[in-house]
Ligand binder design. Structure first.
Ligand SMILES: NC(=O)c1ccc[n+]([C@@H]2O[C@H](COP(=O)([O-])OP(=O)(O)OC[C@H]3O[C@@H](n4cnc5c(N)ncnc54)[C@H](O)[C@@H]3O)[C@@H](O)[C@H]2O)c1
Length: 361
């Protein structure tokens, strides 16, 4: 066992993770640590809790074979360029090269972005531009970026391919789309330096199987899974389903849900892919390719958790779409990785997290 570790540590890679305290970031940090990466985590904790880091370390340490913690935390905002520079300098002082950056940090609440567009443009855009500037200054050119399925036009009724028509309809989606454009422009400026992968996530749900790590939204949730959870907790009388007259088999909207741990594993594959590839700028759909209706999700949640949830139908919401499902074939064939957790796993793990932590962290 020790021998295996010596070999692992010999090739240890140094990764900066922005937004590592958030929902997807914290699960990915855990997966990276377990694979032996050395992490430098940046987070302002404006939409997360410092406890997520304690929890992921607690899970990591509970595995007997993990000898030491390779995680350093830097609390601050990407909007502060000097702060980012300080992080890179710290790594350099340790005589380490940064092998890559996974960039989760950003604000993500669609409804809030409509009310406060400047907040979103400033935080998501300026933060990313600052990060790219400093990466260039330190000759660090590998970046995995958290994009979103919101970059697509929402009126399609077929599996979305990376080449499907783009057209975000809210400020949040606009910031993701614009960052993708910036990455493309930067790539074209040299064709030899940068390696970019924008991951267009579909609907990440679920939680780490331990129930210690999960989603802890600070705002009032707008997405179906946190709303199901809130109903199960009794925080709301019933679940409102927006529209039962959509052109789908049961009349409720269909989405592509992916387990957050499958998403975490996907990041490691993409990071390795970038590290080993030539200069590239590519977008990938990261979903399961399987559509699940709101009613299907609700019924599965009830079945696996043995709970009955009251629900009623309401009018459709403006901006919703009937069918948003990924064609994930580019991603699975390039990365040779397939999401392995089921909707049942997502419902079970997501509920376990919230049952054990009803008030979040
Ligand atoms: N969760 C989803 O459904 C979903 C879907 C598609 C894309 N995404 C994107 O994936 C990324 C991660 O999402 P998440 O669900 O983990 O969100 P999250 O809010 O839980 O995590 C984002 C983290 O970034 C931090 N952050 C925000 N602005 C920052 C800044 N300027 N400097 C430093 N830290 C900052 C927040 O404090 C938080 O910890 C986001 O960029 C989000 O837009 C999420």
């Amino acid at each position: 066992m020790n021998y295996v570790h010596l070999l692992d540590n010999y090739h240890v890679k140094n990764i900066i993770v922005t937004g590592g305290g958030g929902f997807i970031g914290s699960h990915t940090c855990l997966a990276l640590l377990e694979k032996g990466y050395n992490l430098f985590v940046i987070d302002s904790f404006e939409n997360s809790s410092l406890k997520s880091i304690d929890r992921l370390l607690e899970i990591y340490k509970s595995k007997k074979y993990n000898p030491k913690i390779n995680l350093k935390l830097f609390r601050g905002s990407l909007c502060n360029k000097e702060f980012i520079k300080g992080v890179f300098e710290t790594v350099k002082k340790e005589k380490k090269e940064i092998d890559g950056v996974i960039h989760f940090a950003g604000l993500k609440a669609v409804a809030e972005s409509i009310l406060k567009p400047l907040l979103y443009w400033r935080n998501n855009l300026i933060g990313t531009i600052n990060l790219l500037d400093i990466m260039e200054e330190f000759n660090c050119y590998n970046l995995v970026f958290s994009s979103s399925a919101t970059v697509y036009q929402s009126k399609n009724n077929f599996l979305l391919k990376e080449s499907s028509e783009l057209g975000p309809i809210n400020p949040y989606g606009n910031t993701k789309y614009t960052i993708e454009v910036i990455l493309k422009d930067l790539f074209k400026s040299s064709f030899t330096k940068w390696k970019f992968a924008s991951l267009r996530y579909f609907n990440p749900i679920g939680a780490h199987e331990s129930g210690l790590l999960g989603e802890d939204p600070k705002d009032i949730p707008n997405n179906i899974f946190p709303l199901i959870i809130n109903t199960a907790l009794g925080l709301q009388k019933e679940l409102k389903i927006y529209g039962n007259d959509w052109p789908t088999p049961d009349g409720t909207p269909i989405r592509d849900y992916i387990h957050v741990m499958d998403l975490a594993d996907s990041h490691i594959k993409v990071l390795e892919f970038l590290i080993n590839s030539k200069s590239i700028c590519i977008e990938f759909n990261v979903g399961t390719g399987v559509g699940t209706s709101v009613l299907d999700l609700l019924k599965t949640f009830e079945r696996v958790n043995n709970i009955k949830l009251p629900y009623s139908f309401d009018k459709r919401r403006v901006g919703d779409a009937s069918y948003v499902v990924a064609d994930n074939s580019l991603f699975t064939s390039t990365m040779n990785i397939y999401p392995r957790r089921t909707i049942e796993d997502m419902c079970r793990d997501g509920w376990k997290w919230k049952r054990l932590n009803p008030h979040g962290y």
